[in-house]
Design a protein. Sequence first.
Length: 214
Amino acid sequence: MTNLSLVLGFALTAFLIIVVPGPSVLFVVSRAVSYGRRTALVTVLGNAVGVYVVVLAVAFGLGAVIQTSDTVFTVVKLVGAAYLVFLGVRAILDRRSLGDAAARPSTEVRRSDRRAFRAGVWVGFSNPKTYVLFGAILPQFVAPAAGHVWLQMMVLGLIAAVIGLAADSAWALAAGAARTWLSRSSNRLSLLGGAGGVVMIGLGVELAITGRHD
């Protein structure tokens, strides 16, 4: 297994990259202010799963294909961008019904949670910053001489995923607390729901035009 200095070095590097607001943070915040802390936290969990899928892909070689193939990278990026735009448009169209969320039947809430989880998975998986962290940076902290390179990558990736889970959860809770104050006025919440949709559309456009970070 890799030595402690490499683990700590990667953990610090991952922390510095993760805490800088990017697509995942902005997406979680927009979900929190539009739909509340529950949806945001479910999105955070899905995002962590999506991020770790990238870790597994890197550990077993697929990440190298995505990093070296402009076609594969572009397809993943554009599909993710389209999905963000779709979610943004939907948030704008549904902005006036946000106040009804608490009155939904439990089965509908569970469906909503599943949608939030799936959205989080995709955002985590398609975030270009995720590929920079795990495709370009993580391999630098692996010690080939120690053997089990794939296992080293999985452990280091898990550390980064946990850091991301904690940081994004903090953002979700903070944004959710602000939403509680805003929910006292239906007009405020409607405007914020629309603003959250605009943010998601902006993220989708930004993701679509962002080039490879190598």
